[in-house]
Ligand binder design. Sequence first.
Ligand code: C2E
Ligand code: MG
Ligand code: MG
Ligand code: MG
Length: 288
Amino acid sequence: RAKDDGRGGFRFFQEDMDRVAQERQAIESDLSKAAACQQLCLHFQPLVDAQTSETMGFEALLRWEHPRRGMVSPAVFVPIAEGTGQIRAIGRWVIEEACRAAAVWPDHLTVAVNLSPTQFVGSSIAEIVRDALVASGLEPSRLELEITESLFIKHPGAVLEKLQQLKALGVSIAMDDFGTGYSSLSYLWQFPFDKIKIDRSFVSAIERDQAARDIRQAITTLGSSLKMRITAEGVETEEQAAFLRTLMCNQFQGFLFAKPLAPIEMAAFLLNDRHQPVKDGKRALSIA
Ligand code: C2E
Ligand code: MG
Ligand code: MG
Ligand code: MG
């Protein structure tokens, strides 16, 4: 597409580029108002025990309800917000909102929050997380922070120190999207992650692809030798779940169990979750 097939072709290409840049600028500008206009919200996707299917916690997933565009995917606007630095303010809101929400869930349930590498630059991420925990009253052990390998590539400098500061608060740290991108085991030796999340692309390839062999081997090693907890994301079929159980995955996340739930669906889910442990003969969460 990028080839210049004569003047006309190049002009078309240039127009496409201009349009993409304009779109990007429009999203940037709308995004700066999104939080104030209450267009952002969190959906929560259950993380379940691989053996019992009991709900163990939820991952907070950011949603943007744009007045004209409708629901804009985080896969579209998070990268833009990372580029402009807007992700710092938005990400702070996500941390606060996720803690606020989880603080009223039954207390065996955890909440996972995605952090972008940009949130590790400039402001003190540990302070932001500590403030959110204090303000919400959420037990630190119930908060899990998901980071990706790109953090180690983009900002190698103070990353380990910042991760240690976060760990010191009592929260857990998960390596997200494992198996994509750099896919190097070396990052796992640098920091004692509490959990590794196997990316959906590998979960879907794991039974058939030759390339998935390495990752299969890695999962087994991580789990059995390093005793790291393993979550498989994007589990869509019973066959995948059964296979992943043989690899000793501890936790599943995927459409087979539940889609990300909107706030209104969350309340119903918590009340109706049959897998919820029963405390003193009644559900852990009682209806007010
Ligand atoms: P992620 O952290 O790897 O989140 C998992 C993504 O996989 C979510 O997409 C989820 O809806 C999707 N998913 C889960 N199970 C299945 C399944 O069985 N099948 C399929 N096809 N998809 C499944 P989502 O919500 O669109 O988020 C995409 C990415 O956007 C996230 O990937 C994460 O990297 C980023 N993101 C979302 N919320 C935030 C946030 O608050 N802050 C930051 N920095 N990034 C976020
Ligand atoms: Mg994640
Ligand atoms: Mg992930
Ligand atoms: Mg992913």
